[in-house]
Design a protein around this ligand. Structure first.
Ligand SMILES: [Mn+2]
Length: 406
């Protein structure tokens, strides 16, 4: 029912004669005859709830037709069961269903001549076949409308995101407890792999397990070095549960105790992160968290003599403070409306993830070298403020040291 509600609410925003065509992702080949695990297109899944590959949904104010793979006894023995054409209308709340192989022949019957066709311009080749059959129609992008809808999470989505967050929280907690000097980064990653699979989820993005200087490579995913005593480890990992992402970063000492310089840097990032989270409420500008983190991190680094008072902060903090999260880890939705930063509103979910990264910079006191810290949580905007979906995961220095040493 939730998907039908979304289709209706999308159509309400479009022309009366609108027809929406939206298709799912193709199966991606990995190597030889093996494929990557299939993940549906987020927009298609959002509007249909259907998880099989090779499907196209076509809907208007008076019809919802789904094209999908027909039943195939032999293929189903190899690849698994298919919903099939006969069972699709009931299962998906559609008026009609047809084999995907019929789409070119049938699409012109479904879409009348005077319809405005709303589609995803970035979608796959099924759509280009369709557009060839519909040369006389007006085409418009449906994406801005869907993006705006997806930005505001409904209660169904929030409960899935909470579940996703809980799984990731638990995995990070296990990693804190099990990390010790001498382990490889991938051995720590395997804690996440195992915990995610055990909870019917997958990684929402390539996990980062970065010891010491590797933390200063922002998208480090090799995860193949040894974790050394005295270093920090930065872990950016989150699962996807029922297609909903969580995104958490924690940084902690491999040996279980922060050194003084590590503490100093960590505390600045933590103070910045908490202050930024506290600024998130309906009506606040979405640019506010980043303004707060840059101010606190700048002052903190100046206080430690790492940054000069007019110095360039971007050498130590070179990324934004957060992003929308939902069906995609970097979720859709505009941050600006008419060139102006928009304000937070109930239902939005954003990450807050400031960081400080100090490599082997000759100009900086060596006690701070190879320290990379990022702390990230997922924040849901409520009526009066916010709820941190990942709040159960500790991040205070004393809490981290105590969980690691007990
Ligand atoms: Mn993130």
């Amino acid at each position: 029912m939730i998907h039908q509600k979304r289709r209706i609410s999308l159509l309400k925003q479009l022309d009366d004669n609108a027809v929406v065509i939206i298709s799912t992702n193709p199966q991606q080949q990995r190597s030889g005859d093996t494929s990557f695990p299939f993940r549906p297109n987020s927009n298609f899944y959002y509007l249909t709830g259907f998880k099989e590959p090779e499907a196209v949904a076509v809907f208007s104010n008076n019809n919802y037709t789904i094209f999908l793979r027909p039943k195939d006894k032999e293929r189903e023995i190899w690849d698994g069961k298919r919903l099939g054409v006969d069972d699709a209308p009931k299962a998906l709340n559609a008026d009609k269903s047809h084999s995907i192989n019929m789409i070119q022949e049938l699409i012109t019957d479904i879409i009348e001549k005077d319809c405005a066709v709303f589609f995803d311009p970035d979608s796959n080749e099924i759509d280009s076949n369709i557009s060839e059959a519909l040369t006389n129609h007006e085409f418009k992008s449906v994406i801005p409308y869907i993006n705006e809808m997806r930005l505001f999470k409904d209660s169904n989505e929030i409960s899935l995101m909470k579940k996703s967050a809980n799984i990731s929280v638990k995995a990070h907690e296990l990693a804190m407890k099990k990390t010790k000097p001498g382990l490889h980064e991938y051995e720590v990653q395997s804690i996440f792999d195992g915990h995610f699979i055990k909870n019917n989820s997958v990684h929402a993005y390539s996990p980062i397990v970065a010891g010491g200087e590797n933390a200063c490579v922002l998208h480090y995913t090799e995860n193949n070095k040894i974790l050394n005593d005295g270093d920090l480890v930065l872990i950016d990992a989150g699962c996807e549960f029922e297609c909903y992402a969580s995104d958490i970063t924690r940084t902690f000492p491999v040996c279980g105790s922060f050194s003084r310089p590590q503490k100093e840097i960590y505390q600045i990032v933590l103070d910045a992160q908490i202050a930024a989270i506290n600024s998130i409420r309906p009506g606040a500008k979405v640019s506010e968290p980043h303004q707060i983190t840059t101010k606190i991190i700048r002052e903190g680094l100046i206080g430690l003599g790492i940054l000069e008072s007019d110095g360039d902060l971007s050498q130590f903090f070179m990324h934004g403070t957060g992003h929308w999260i939902g069906l995609d880890v970097h979720d859709v939705g505009d941050y600006k409306l008419k060139d102006e930063h928009r304000t937070f509103q109930k239902g939005m979910v954003i990450t807050v993830e400031p960081g400080i990264y100090i490599g082997n910079n000759d100009k900086i006191n060596p006690i701070y070298h190879n320290i990379g810290v990022r702390i990230e949580d997922d924040v849901f905007v409520t009526d009066n403020g916010n709820t941190v979906l990942t709040a159960d995961l500790i991040k205070e220095i004393t809490d981290i040291e105590s969980i690691m040493n007990n």
